[in-house]
Design a protein around this ligand. Structure first.
Ligand code: PLP
Length: 429
């Protein structure tokens, strides 16, 4: 622990990213309760679907119980197209699916729900998202693949021009996981618009720590009415239009409740404000840390992130020794150097919350047997030994080892953020 005798822990915890309520949320929920529309039908659901689709710039939205549910139904739609007539739970059977590697595992798990095989595509350094070069390599290695699942990490748009070109060239379907990137914009030469407009099938999330929350929840977005109707039907147990409960296909209980929709609907009214707050946080960190051997999570000039989380990357030559096992870590403090685990310990010590970067999927025990492709080709031969020598082509492992997410709550005050910046500075003493 670095010397912090003169720094008092915050009385109230400063969170990584917690829900920020404004008042309209309660009014919409109150209205739902007073009118007794508290189940999975009601005005909040209908209005939220319209509000979000309009905001993002797509025709339709289907409100669901989570972003993960939305991704699952995206997989089912893609599976039906690629493998018509397949049984539920097997629509991706026998198929490889190219997936973002450095992301939350909810991005990739739905591939497994439909029995597909995720192939993890390494990360690139300019946006921390899927590397288009590695994606192209993956199509060389597995030319029959027709499905890509792409996440925009921490609110930073992926390199969509390149990704869109590659998907078109290989006639691949794109599932866009915009869970973390609602409100982020990409002004490309080939594609442009908000994140959530680029995929053939699109999922967003209203989980509690996302930029907009419904306490929980998610949404499927699309320009195709029949896809959207299908998702709504699947999400409500696939009831047919009949006087009784009539079922022709397997359904799911994935619909959003009108209560959660009221929270998300009220919260959505403040999205611009949330993005402005998150951007101010990113910029304060940038200014406060500018003379240290670190950088923040980068983005392209043609991108305007939503700045959901600000992340820090320690320069290679400023890293002290840090070793991570599966569930434990050790590091050796060293003057002038630090590492993510040391910074995190010190952030926790002042009653604030930070977090490691998403541990890449190819490093997860769950997915260790799945293929992994880097810019150089098949990536499974690499070991951590290469990383220490700075020779790695495994970009995700490198960012995981040197990076962390900083407290990025919109309710954090500038004074509190100054204290966090001071704590990070002292880690380099
Ligand atoms: C949060 C998140 C999800 C899942 O959303 P839930 O609403 O929590 O199910 C999926 N992908 C990414 C990248 C996320 O960050």
């Amino acid at each position: 622990m670095v010397k912090m005798n003169d720094i008092k822990p915050f009385e109230k915890k400063v969170w990584l990213a917690s829900p920020t309520m404004h008042g309209e949320e309660l009014e919409f929920v109150k209205e739902a309760i007073e009118t007794n529309w508290v189940s999975t039908v009601g005005a909040n659901i209908n209005e939220l679907e319209k509000l979000v689709a309009d905001y993002i710039g797509v025709r339709y939205g289907a409100a669901l119980s989570s972003g993960t549910a939305a991704l699952h139904l995206c997989m089912k739609l893609a599976g039906e197209r690629l493998n018509p007539g397949a049984k539920p739970g097997q629509t991706l059977r026998g198929m490889k699916v190219f997936c973002s590697d450095m992301t939350f595992d909810a991005s990739a798990n739905p591939v497994m729900y439909e029995d597909g095989e995720p192939v993890f595509i390494d990360t690139e350094r300019d946006t921390w998202n899927m590397d288009p070069v590695a994606l192209e390599k993956a199509f060389e290695l597995y030319p029959d693949t027709r499905l890509v699942v792409l996440a925009h990490l921490y609110g930073v748009p992926s390199r969509m021009d390149e990704i869109a070109k590659i998907c078109r060239r290989h006639d691949a379907i794109l599932i866009e996981d915009a869970a973390e990137a609602v409100g982020a914009v990409y002004n490309g030469d080939i594609v442009s618009g908000k994140c959530g407009t680029f995929g053939d099938y699109i999922a967003i999330s209203f989980n509690g720590n996302k930029i907009i929350t419904g306490s929980t929840g998610g949404m499927f977005l699309s320009n195709d009415l029949s896809d959207t109707d299908k998702v709504r039907k699947w999400s409500t147990q696939s009831r047919e239009d009949a006087p009784w409960y009539q079922h022709e296909e397997l359904g799911y209980n994935y619909r959003m409740s009108n209560i959660d929709a009221g929270i998300a609907r009220g919260n959505m009214l403040h999205i611009s404000e949330h993005i402005a707050q998150k951007k101010a946080i990113y910029e304060r960190y940038k200014e406060g840390l500018k003379d240290l051997p670190v950088s923040l999570n980068p983005f392209e000039e043609k991108a305007e992130p939503n700045y959901w989380l600000t992340c820090l990357l320690v320069d290679k030559d400023a890293m002290c020794r840090q070793v991570r096992g599966e569930k434990e870590y050790l590091y050796t403090p060293e003057p002038g150097k630090t590492c993510p685990q040391e910074i995190l310990e010190n952030i926790f010590a002042i009653n604030a919350e930070g977090r490691p970067i998403w541990k890449p999927m190819h490093m997860q025990p769950l997915y260790r047997m799945k293929p992994f492709v880097t810019a150089k080709g098949y990536g499974r031969a690499l070991t951590n030994a290469y990383i220490d020598e700075g020779e790695t082509e495994d970009v995700g492992a490198d960012i995981f080892s040197r990076g962390l997410c900083l407290p990025s709550d919109n309710k954090m005050t500038p004074d509190q953020q100054d204290v966090i910046i001071e704590v990070i500075r002292r880690c380099f003493d």
